[in-house]
Every structure is written in structure tokens, then in C-alpha cells.
Ligand binder design. Structure first.
Ligand code: FMN
Length: 167
């Protein structure tokens, strides 16, 4: 049985939910899946493929997710890898997808990995999940409120990626 790791970087928990959903989709197809945060993710030796992603703050992946990719770049270059990014731009202005992709590209390029796929997903603006300062920033950005995670889009992407990974 193929063994997969789904790695996530999150601050509010939104991206953990996306990672869990991707993991559930792979598990339904018969894969053995570990869903782990970038801070907790261990070595890659046991894994056949990896899906790694992060939420966005100020146009950047979270530092622990960037660091995890950088630290594991050499091994990631040897196995199939897909990347995903969770943010509010995809909820508010999906036509700005190329810009969101550009926030993700530096992480991929500096790792030297050729990704199987790159998923760009809408996240949430749930005020109860954010600090006062974070709420203030999102208000200033006129970010819409709500949970914009599109589970069908996430499932469809996970399905495509699992096929590319041979699950
Ligand atoms: C302080 C702050 C800055 C943010 N900056 C951006 C941004 O630059 N672009 C964007 O599309 N979303 C931005 N977001 C929205 C988050 O990416 C979104 O809420 C996401 O769902 C958070 O998931 P996470 O907590 O798992 O990282 C920002 C959110 C906060 C609180």
C-alpha cells in the first residue's frame, strides 16, 4: 500500500481542515495517509509521495511550512510532490489566481521540486478564529466574512492528484 504524507502550515486552523479533507480523499482511495503540521512532520523516508501546503499571511506561506520544504528539498526532489495554498483572494477575487500562484512559486522554485500539481483554495475569515490584530488587518483589507472552503473543489483536486500519484 502506498504511504502518503499531507503536510500543512496553519495559524488559525483553516488549512489543517483542508489538509484533513485531502487526506480523507486519499484514504478513501486506499492509501495509507498521515496528515501532519509542518512543525511536527518528521523524516520522509517512509513516504512514497507528499502533498504540502500553507495558508497565506501578507502574500507569503507560513514560515514553518517554508522551512519544512527547504529542509526536506533534497528528498522531495526524489518523490512525487503536489503543493497547495489556502487564502482569501481565491474567495474574493478568483481571477487573481495567477497572483496567488506567484506567492507559492518561490517556495517551489527554491526547493528544486517539479510539482505534480498546484492547488489554490479559498480559506476563511472567521473573526472568532483570529486575534484582534488579525481581525483589524482583514477589516482594513475589506475581506468578506465566512468560511469559503469549497469542499467539492478540494475533493476534485485531491482526486486528480491521487490519480497522478498512481493511487
Ligand atoms: C493578518 C492576515 C493577513 C492575511 N494576508 C492575506 C494575503 O495577503 N492574501 C490572501 O489572499 N489572504 C490573506 N489572508 C487570509 C488567510 O490566508 C485566510 O484567512 C486563510 O484561510 C488562513 O488560513 P490559515 O490560518 O490556516 O493560514 C490573511 C489573513 C490574516 C489574518
Amino acid at each position: 500500500m502506498s504511504k502518503f504524507m499531507v503536510v500543512y502550515g496553519t495559524k488559525s486552523g483553516c488549512t489543517r481542515g483542508v489538509a484533513q479533507r485531502i487526506g480523507e480523499c486519499l484514504a478513501r482511495k486506499g492509501a495509507d495517509v498521515d496528515v501532519v503540521s509542518a512543525q511536527e512532520a518528521d523524516g520522509l523516508a517512509a513516504y512514497d509521495a507528499v502533498i504540502v501546503g500553507s495558508g497565506i499571511r501578507m502574500s507569503q506561506w507560513h514560515e514553518p511550512a517554508r522551512a519544512w520544504v527547504a529542509q526536506n528539498a533534497e528528498q522531495l526532489q526524489q518523490i512525487p510532490v503536489a503543493f497547495y495554498t489556502v487564502n482569501l483572494t481565491m474567495a474574493k477575487e478568483p481571477e487573481r489566481a495567477p497572483e496567488v500562484r506567484a506567492w507559492t512559486d518561490p517556495v517551489i522554485e527554491s526547493s528544486g521540486v517539479s510539482p505534480l500539481d498546484i492547488g489554490l483554495f479559498a480559506g476563511w475569515n472567521e473573526p472568532k478564529e483570529f486575534s484582534f490584530i488579525e481581525r483589524t488587518v482583514l477589516k482594513a483589507l475589506k475581506a468578506p466574512q465566512g468560511d469559503f472552503r469549497d469542499w467539492d473543489a478540494i475533493d476534485a483536486w485531491a482526486e486528480t492528484v491521487s490519480e497522478k500519484m498512481g493511487v
